[in-house]
Design a protein around this ligand. Structure first.
Ligand SMILES: O=C(O)c1ccccc1NCC(=O)[C@H](O)[C@H](O)COP(=O)(O)O
Length: 210
């Protein structure tokens, strides 16, 4: 669909960041979660963030951060968006937005139709919900997809994005089937754990332009 926003998550090098920008990504994501193969220290995330041009939004991904980690992360990295990928509450997100003026996104694991009802609890608290496959080895970035047909007829209560197992080969179908206004991908564009492939980044962004 024309104008689909594209987030490339788990960027870890200047080269892959440049590839995402060149390919037209609207958002690039940096993961600060030590158990992830895509983990960046705050200093490394800040270094990459400094290379993000103004037309692209920098998303910092955190999982149930303590107040200290959250404050340090915002101060050091200066993200445009913080993506909360744990069990953070609507109240916590609303407080974060009020305190920082930054966008707050919340990942939601979609298991069944009932999972989608949770999205409504973030209306007015989050700027966007990211519908993702349920956690397995990691809270996200597992390369697995959920049943997209669950979104058929779904009346989204706030801005949203589709994540989980998206690749250059399936993203066009995903957009057609779900009408997602934003697609987010990570492991499907890697050539080895934690390292993205510049050709796959380009192919993914191209495939979203349907
Ligand atoms: O990517 C990670 O390593 C990660 C670790 C902990 C929490 C979330 C994580 N990623 C979240 C993302 O935004 C991913 O892009 C999203 O889950 C989709 O991942 P994938 O299925 O690999 O495309």
């Amino acid at each position: 669909m024309a104008g689909t926003l594209v987030k490339i998550c788990g960027i870890s090098t200047p080269q892959t960041l440049a590839a995402a920008v060149q390919a037209g990504a609207s958002h690039v994501g940096f993961v600060h979660f030590p158990k992830s193969p895509r983990h960046l220290s705050l200093a490394d995330a800040a270094g990459l963030r400094a290379l993000v041009p103004a037309q692209v939004k920098a998303v910092l991904l955190l999982v149930n951060p303590s107040p200290d980690v959250l404050a340090d992360a915002v101060r050091e990295v200066h993200p445009d968006v913080v993506q909360f990928h744990g069990s953070e509450t609507p109240d916590a997100l609303a407080r974060f937005r009020a305190d920082t003026g930054l966008e707050a996104w919340r990942a939601l694991a979609v298991r069944d139709a009932a999972s989608l009802a949770d999205a409504g609890t973030f209306r007015g608290a989050a700027d966007r919900v990211l519908l993702d496959a349920p956690a397995s080895a990691l809270p996200g970035g597992n390369g697995t997809r959920f049943d997209w047909s669950l979104l058929s007829g779904w009346d989204a209560p706030l801005a949203w994005g589709l994540a989980g197992g998206l690749t250059p080969a399936n993203v066009a179908e995903a957009i057609r089937l779900t009408g997602a206004p934003l697609v987010d991908t990570s492991s499907g564009l890697e050539r080895s754990p934690g390292i993205k492939d510049v050709d796959k980044i380009a192919a993914f962004c191209k495939a979203t332009r349907i």
